[in-house]
Design a binder for this molecule. Structure first.
Ligand code: SAM
Length: 259
């Protein structure tokens, strides 16, 4: 059990590339490990999200889409779009808008595309395998950029934020929905115990995969807190950067304007 406990100190800012959860790795070796996690979890990903969060992730994503403010003709780029949760919610609100979904993992994209087909969503969306750090997307070509529970998994967070800035048109908006730091002391203790003892067991029970869910909780702990992430978004050149805590800071939505 001891190896599952969080370390006493947080890593220095911008060192995420050297960590796969609590395990030190060479930066070049991180992406294949992350890819393996999502290869493993893809088939049970949506079910596990509902079980782990008791459905609350749906409310968080719904809040994200509210803030994106879908409108006819809008072009959204949803990076690390996985099984298409954000993309499909966005198109429900604005059926004549367009979403490009990019994800590094083909298995996740495949599940997302099948879900979209099952719902009759064939047009107004495309799916591409690609890396958040090197997007297959033209400069200044999208109205909004979202990344939900994805930024934590990229090797170089600052490179991914810089790519978001490159592809957004001036006046476009950047959004990150990600796990963050709990700001309610009583909740913090409960959440910490739940994360480190319940989630990996649930992963084992439902998905037959404890390790991937151990990585999930460790990567949450390694991710920059609200203020640190806001600073890094500002450093990439975004204006009016702000964040909103969700469920006491278990998650947060950061946003910024491409000036
Ligand atoms: N956005 C979806 C959601 O909220 O349900 C999926 C989130 S899932 C926790 C994280 C996703 O990030 C996975 O689909 C994974 O393949 C993707 N990912 C990890 N590293 C990535 C990278 N460097 N570039 C693009 N996608 C990446």
């Amino acid at each position: 059990m001891a190896e599952n406990l969080p370390p006493d100190t947080d890593p220095p800012a911008a060192s995420e590339a050297h960590w796969f959860g609590f395990r030190p790795v060479d930066p070049e070796g991180k992406a294949p490990l992350v890819r393996q996690v999502f290869d493993n979890v893809a088939p049970s990903y949506d079910l596990m999200n509902d079980l782990m969060s008791a459905g609350v992730h749906r409310l968080w994503k719904s809040t994200l889409v509210d803030l994106v403010a879908p409108r006819p003709g809008m072009v959204l780029l949803d990076v690390a779009g996985g099984t298409g949760d954000v993309a499909l919610r966005f198109l429900e609100r604005a059926p004549s808008a367009f979403v490009h979904v990019v994800d590094i993992n083909e298995q996740m994209i495949r599940v997302g595309r099948d879900r979209a087909i099952d719902r009759g969503v064939l047009e107004n969306v495309d799916w591409a395998v690609g890396d958040a750090e090197r997007l297959p997307v033209a400069n200044r070509s999208v109205d909004a950029y979202t990344i939900a529970f994805g930024l934590r998994n990229v090797t170089r967070i600052d490179a991914a934020i810089a790519e978001a800035h490159r592809v957004l048109r001036p006046g476009g908006r950047f959004f990150v929905l990600e796990f963050s730091r709990v700001v309610v002391p009583l909740l913090a203790g409960i959440y910490e115990r739940y994360s480190f003892s319940v989630l990996p067991r649930l992963g084992q029970l439902v998905a037959g995969d404890r390790q991937s869910y151990q990585y999930l909780v460790e990567s949450i702990r390694r991710f920059p807190d609200q203020e640190a992430l806001a600073g890094r978004i500002r450093a990439a050149g975004f204006g009016q950067v702000r964040y909103r805590n969700l469920t006491g800071g278990i998650a947060a939505i950061h946003s910024g304007w491409r000036l």
